[in-house]
Design a protein around this ligand. Structure first.
Ligand SMILES: NC(=O)c1ccc[n+]([C@@H]2O[C@H](COP(=O)([O-])OP(=O)(O)OC[C@H]3O[C@@H](n4cnc5c(N)ncnc54)[C@H](OP(=O)(O)O)[C@@H]3O)[C@@H](O)[C@H]2O)c1
Length: 270
């Protein structure tokens, strides 16, 4: 199926590695132009080189921008740069790293504030400042879509990941509210909830749980796999394929949904 993305221009946040970079790769392979950002110009430049070598697209299809998504002024200038370089911007992926683990007594109020800034406020600010460009794209007849990466913790809280459980729930409320408002101008807003997927974040998570509990990393990861219906950890490519579909011109009647891509780890009916 042709996803109809070859006239599209996307901004993918948190894309020097992991899920964000995998989405950027998938979008490039579909013919989209993609701006990627992360906190470090060096890391995002390396990701751009990797994307160019993996996809063989022309160098002007990928723009690498240093932008810390906890800094509103950096978001504004990064989005501006992407839109002015590509001439338009119709797709936005909100993403950042995950917050630390910890139980209630481990987490200071600063840790709570940092997590809300990293995972909730960044999503709100990327969306607020990205919307004018997406509305302009709609006016010229493009489809326009926002996809927010959250976590299966938004549906099924994960023990020791309080900071994720709480900040992702906020994103779900924001996404649903925004989908209602901007649906009137034809912009779709969805969230995608990764389950345990092989990335740097997953390795940090298992290392952190190993340090806290003494359980072997292999045992921790085997436990995650065993709890899913498919009995394995997911791949970045599997996550990116579902993301590209939700962003595509083939998903224009899907909005306000929370798609779990987790191999069947969440056990609720809906
Ligand atoms: N992988 C999983 O199994 C899984 C499961 C559930 C939820 N998630 C969530 O999905 C999201 C992506 O996960 P991942 O596995 O791809 O993580 P990852 O491999 O750690 O990648 C995170 C990306 O975000 C960037 N980043 C971090 N803080 C940033 C900031 N303040 N501003 C801009 N960019 C920032 C990092 O780049 P720099 O370091 O270069 O800035 C990196 O490119 C995270 O929120 C994670 O918690 C992942």
């Amino acid at each position: 199926m042709d996803l109809g993305l070859n006239q599209s221009a996307a901004f993918v946040a948190g894309a020097s590695s992991g899920l964000g970079r995998a989405i950027a790769k998938q979008l490039l392979m579909e013919g989209c132009r993609v701006a990627i950002c992360s906190r470090s110009q060096g890391r995002v430049d390396m990701a751009r080189d990797w994307l160019l070598s993996e996809t063989n697209v022309a160098p002007d299809q990928v723009l690498a921008i240093a932008c810390d998504v906890t800094q509103e002024s950096q978001i504004i200038s990064a989005l501006d740069k992407a839109e002015s370089t590509f001439g338009h911007l119709n797709l936005l992926v909100t993403n950042a790293g995950g917050p630390p683990t910890g139980q209630i007594d481990d987490l200071s109020s600063d840790a709570w504030r940092d997590a809300i800034e990293l995972n909730l406020m960044s999503t709100i600010n990327l969306s607020r400042h990205g919307l004018p460009a997406l509305k302009r794209a709609r006016e010229r007849g493009d489809h326009a879509s926002i996809l927010m990466i959250t976590s299966l913790s938004a549906k099924q809280p994960i023990p020791s990941l309080y900071l994720s459980n709480v900040s992702r729930a906020g994103v779900q409320g924001f996404a649903k509210s925004l989908s209602e408002e901007v649906g009137a101008v034809g912009i779709t807003v969805n969230t995608i909830l990764p389950g345990y997927t092989r990335t740097d974040r997953l390795s940090h998570l298992s290392e952190s749980l190993n340090a806290q509990t003494g359980r072997a990393i292999e045992e921790i990861e085997a436990g995650w796999a065993a709890n899913s219906a498919l009995k394995r950890i997911g791949t970045e490519e599997e996550f990116a394929s579902a993301s590209a579909f939700l962003l595509s011109n083939r998903a224009t009647f899907i909005t306000g949904v929370a798609l779990v891509v987790d191999g069947g780890a969440v056990k609720s009916l809906l």
